[in-house]
Each structure stands twice: as C-alpha cells, then as structure tokens.
Design a protein around this ligand. Structure first.
Ligand code: PLP
Length: 438
C-alpha cells in the first residue's frame, strides 16, 4: 500500500517501502548481496536489454539502495534518483553523464573545495573545461555559454560565504539556451526544492544532513525529469545518439515506456557500471535511518542556527556574522527568502576581532563543539578555515573565497540551545581576551 501524500515528514518514513514482502519487516532490510538469481534465461536477457527493470548486480542496483533512491526522489519532487559512493562521485557522474572531452560546463565560483579541485584540475586532465563565473550576476552564465556548454552547476548555499544561488534566474537562462542546471543541495535538503525553481538535476553529499549521524560517506543524483533532452539533441549527443557501450541504445528513445528518466538511467547503466562508484547496501540503510528524521532535524538545525546568529550579533568579540538568513544586501536577502522556503539552514560563520590568533584560541577552547572538517552532523561542529581547509591559499585568495583570518565556520547541531550557547560563550571569552591583549 502506498501512502498518498506530499508531506515530507510522512514521505521520509513511508515513501517506496511499507514492509518487506518476504518477512513483514517494517524497517528496510539490508540486502547485503552482490547478485540476484534470474528466473529464466528470458528473464535474464530482458533485464540486460532493459526490456524489464530488475536486479542484476549490486554495483548497478540494490533493493535497499532502491528505497533510499525512491524516497529522496519523492521528497525532492524528482522523477528518479541514483545513489553513489560519495558526494564527489555524484558531482563527477552527474557531469560526465552529459559532458565529455572537448565540452564545457559553467559553474558559480562559490564551491566546496573538493568540487573546486575536481573542476579545476581533474576535469581539465579529462579535457572537460570548467568556466567559473561570479553568480552575483546570473547573466554571467549566459555570457560564458557556447555550443559546447553541457551544463550549469552551482551550490544552493555555498560556505563560507552563505550567499544563496539565483536558481530560477540561471535555470531560466539555461532553459532558453538548452542548458540544464545541476544544483548541489547538500546544505539545504528540504529547505530548498531546486526543481520547483527550474533546476534539472540535484546532487547531494548524503554524508551531511541526509545522514546526520556522521557515520557514512555517500552521494545522490536526482533527475527532475523536467528537461527536454530531445529538443536539444545537438547539445546532448550522449543521450540522443546510439550509445556504442550499450548495443546502440538511444537513451531518450529507450526509456520512453519508463518515464522521463533518460538522464539518470543512462548514468546508472553506463557510468555506474563502468566507473563502479556504488553505494554499499549498508550505507544505504544508514542513510535511510537518517532520512527518517531529516524533517525534524532540519527544523532544529534552523532554529538553533538562528539563535546562534542572533547571539553572535551582539557579542563584543565578533565583528561580523555570516548567515543565510541575515543578508545585508537586498538582492541576497531576496534570494535567501525566495529559495530557502523551509528555513535558512544550520550553517553560521563569524569573524573574530582578534584575527588569526583569536580564531585559533576560540577553536581550542571549545568543549562541546567538535573541531572537524565536516558539516551537517547532528552534533555541533566548528572549524577555523584560515588554519585548516583554506590554509594552502594566499591571504588574497582566502579573502576571495570569503575567508578572513578571524573567520570561524559553525555547523550548528541539534543539542539543546542553552548548551550550544554556553559553549560558544566560554570559547568567545577566551578568544575575546586576545582582543584586549592586542
Ligand atoms: N558538496 C558539498 C557542498 C560538500 O560540503 C561536500 C563535502 O564536504 C561534498 C559535496 C562532497 O561530498 P563527500 O564528502 O560525500 O564526497
């Protein structure tokens, strides 16, 4: 029985699975198997020919992973999803699925460091050009587009700047020119629904909020099923011309009986098959556990982060607070309100008056916050980018990415707000003493 609803709280618990048909188990079982017995030679050849969809081999599909994929697709309002081994793999496959040597993509400059490296260095070695543009002006995407542009890419809420990407503005330009927008929504699951604003593909590092427990690395690609790949056949030969790696299948034709899933089905049966970056069934199970409470957790993350931002704003040791919900610029504020309809998220940055030494002292004084290079955990996390994630950049480069010497990034967790503020308060007192000494 399927539960008819669009409410995320219910979908997160019930979409795509009610109980195990074999045992009645209510929790999604971990199907820890590599392969699946075929009913007959006809069944086997139908599966390989995609005349029928079904399980063949866990590198390509798995019943536990399938529940995670369907649940996230339902929550996102997409057509179908593909789970992979990490957020990095999700980004790489999402782009390589429609882009090969000689092609290019256009991306906003505000990106997670791992994504930046993938785009700047690894894709370059593969002959894929990445054009970096300032997302403040959406028209920069149009200006950087040519007939070899295969996708636009951006993060909904990139840190450390925490400015919100103009999703609809860039998606509209892309739809006019025949270029799909791929959005990394890792920092804003449920808070932002990129397909509602015209994005064609959403990617996630499930490692962060979707898991929430900080136990597993994983990624997802969600196909909005809303982009007309056939209309722009010249731009997408990989989806519209016979694929020699799959006995000449033309993906836009082959999937017609299955729905608007040409993009994500091709990613599964070619790139996941060939590159092998599969999510393990055990990790899929872990992400299903996380997903069940995601709506509740996101609410708490948002509530606590807002309280932290308010508290920091009044603190004498703090010169600036960076928060998606506290944009000084009117256009940035409009974007935050237009796209983060479910809340401003759990990330908060701030700058310490005492600079580098105060940043260091603040981190070392924390008692409850963990000092880790991660975001989106249920626990509160902190990092001082100038001495860690951004330490290899010059001071000028650091500033261009939004990191000053005294910048601290918090990923506010779901502990009691009193305990969160108490820890920040005592660490700021230590950091504040350095201002006085200076
Ligand atoms: N996208 C964003 C916004 C991230 O913050 C991260 C990791 O920090 C990634 C992608 C990469 O994800 P993963 O670490 O799961 O490969």
């Amino acid at each position: 029985m399927t539960i008819e609803t669009t409410n995320p709280e219910t979908l997160a618990l019930h979409a795509a699975f009610r109980s195990d048909p074999a045992t009645g188990a209510v929790a999604v079982p971990i199907y820890q198997t590599t392969s699946y017995q075929f009913d007959s030679t006809e069944h086997a050849s139908n599966l390989f020919a995609l005349k029928e969809l079904g399980n063949v081999y866990t590198r390509i599909m798995n019943p536990t992973t399938d529940v995670l994929e369907q649940r996230v697709a339902a929550l996102e309002g997409g057509a179908a999803a593909l789970a992979v081994s990490s957020g990095q793999a999700a980004e790489a496959i999402a782009i390589q699925n429609i882009c090969h040597a000689g092609d290019n993509i256009v991306t906003g400059t505000d990106l997670y460091g791992g994504t930046w490296n993938l785009f700047k260095n690894t894709f370059k070695t593969m002959g894929i050009e990445v054009r970096f543009v300032d997302p403040t002006d959406p028209e920069n995407f149009r200006r950087a587009t040519d007939d070899r542009t295969r996708a636009y890419f951006a993060e909904t809420v990139p840190n450390p700047k925490l400015t919100v990407f103009p999703i609809k503005e860039v998606a509209d330009i892309g739809r006019e020119l025949g270029v799909p927008l791929i959005v990394d929504n890792t920092a804003a699951p449920l808070l932002c629904r990129p397909f509602d604003h015209g994005a064609a593909v959403v990617v996630y590092s499930t490692t962060k909020y979707i898991g929430g427990h900080g136990t597993s690395i994983g990624g997802l690609i969600v196909d909005g099923g809303n982009f007309d790949w056939e209309k722009h056949a010249d731009r997408f030969p990989m989806l519209n011309q016979p694929d020699p790696s799959y006995h000449g299948a033309v993906w836009t034709e082959a999937v017609k009986p299955l729905g608007p899933i040409a993009y994500v089905l091709k990613a599964r049966v070619t790139l996941l098959r060939d590159l092998g970056a599969a999510m393990s069934p055990f990790n899929a199970f872990q992400f299903i556990q996380g997903l069940e409470t995601l709506p509740l957790r996101m609410r708490e993350h948002c509530r606590n982060a807002q309280a932290v931002a308010d508290y920091l704003k009044g603190h004498p040791a703090v010169t600036k607070v960076i928060f998606a919900g506290a944009q000084e610029d009117a256009e940035q504020k409009r974007r935050a309100d237009a796209y983060l309809t479910g809340g401003y998220g759990g990330l908060v940055g701030f700058e310490l008056k005492g600079g580098l030494e105060a940043g260091r002292a603040f981190i070392d004084a924390l008692e409850m916050f963990y000092h880790v290079a991660n975001i989106g955990d249920a626990r509160s996390l902190a990092i001082h980018p100038a001495t860690t994630t951004h330490s290899q950049l010059s001071p000028e480069e650091q500033l261009a990415t939004g990191v000053s010497e005294g910048y601290v990034r918090l990923s506010v967790g779901i502990e009691h707000i009193d305990d969160i503020l108490k820890d920040l308060d005592q660490a700021l007192e230590t950091a504040g003493k350095l201002d006085l000494a200076a």
